[in-house]
Ligand binder design. Structure first.
Ligand code: DON
Length: 311
């Protein structure tokens, strides 16, 4: 059966969504990571990648920005594939926290269990479970995974990484808190180092859309045809994204858009229509929950026009 999403429809949809997003005002660049505060706040890009391998883009869709928290999805994928979804759920958890992404209180309330691999605590715990004998081996595995999802070799920005590594004091506290509770499964500063590096990779909205389309396509990258993760695990990952992908706004996003999503403080926003396509938005200014203001406008516009709400 041919796709109901014709090339004409998707070309027009991405253009319209970009137009709508570009005209949206409000929000501020993340300022707690100095690099992010310096990115041009007017940048705005949108991309759609379909599970059948087509790509549509508008605006600053080839601008390279920091992946930040969206990286949590791909580290989760590689750890889930290596230790199994049940072991991961037991060690890290699979529930929304209802708290901000870097909450210490959430960790305390759950007696040290991070609850979700998509908040900072859970992502640091997940990074501590990446297979490898050394930090560099683990990092290698993460970068390979991110690159396989994107279908091209991604790289770390030394500038972003330095900016993060020299200011991540709050995350250091989280890593030590996990360690004291027995929920950091390697040296905590090594886990944090890897986590911080994974946030410092540069991607474009086009990369992000293809990474998402790989999840929409049961783990097969539609551009390269590589099976990047076990098909059984995509449902678990999408469920995590639905519950916690936009942090304290995840419920609102499920209620209004009805798709699993993931945001990053670099301004990236991803939403996935399983079996169909992925939508990526990029624009640096964030709302109070840490989600891209214009990215959300773009994703909402595409989801509405294509009637993608799962419910
Ligand atoms: O650890 C941090 O705080 C950042 N490297 C990533 C946080 C983030 O992207 C939250 N997303 N909206």
């Amino acid at each position: 059966m041919s796709s109901p999403y014709t090339t004409e429809l998707l070309t027009d949809t991405v253009k319209q969504a970009h137009e709508k997003a570009r005209n949206q005002t409000g929000g501020e660049n993340a300022s707690y990571i100095p690099y992010l505060a310096s990115v041009d706040e007017d940048l705005c890009g949108v991309a759609i990648a379909t599970a059948d391998g087509r790509l549509f883009e508008a605006g600053d869709s080839r601008y390279e920005f920091a992946i930040e928290s969206i990286s949590k999805v791909f580290t989760l994928a590689t750890v889930m594939d290596s230790i199994g979804s049940e072991a991961l759920r037991e060690k890290v958890g699979a529930n929304p926290t209802g708290m901000p992404f870097n909450s210490v209180i959430a960790v305390e309330l759950a007696k040290g269990k991070p609850m979700s691999p998509l908040v900072n605590a859970g992502a640091i715990a997940t990074a501590s479970l990446v297979p490898g004998d050394t930090a560099d081996e683990r990092w290698d595995r993460i970068l390979k995974t991110q690159s396989a999802f994107a279908g091209r070799q991604l790289s770390l920005s030394e500038e972003v990484n330095l900016s993060e590594q020299t200011t991540n004091f709050h995350n250091r506290a989280i890593a030590w808190l996990l360690y004291s509770a027995g929920t950091c499964y390697s040296d905590p500063m090594e886990a944090l180092d890897i986590y911080t590096r994974q946030c410092s990779t540069l991607i474009t909205a086009v990369d992000l859309a293809i990474m998402g389309a790989t999840l929409a396509n049961h783990g097969v990258n539609p551009a390269t045809q590589e099976q990047v993760l076990h098909p059984d695990n995509t449902a678990h990952i999408l469920a995590e994204m639905m519950m916690e992908g936009l942090y304290t706004a995840s419920g609102d996003f499920a209620y209004t858009v009805g798709l699993p999503g993931k945001s990053g403080v670099g301004g990236g926003l991803l939403a996935i229509a399983p079996g169909k396509l992925a939508i990526a938005g990029f624009a640096p200014p964030l709302d109070g929950n840490g989600n891209s203001v214009r990215g959300q406008v773009a994703v909402r516009a595409v989801a509405k026009r294509l009637r993608l709400n799962l419910f």
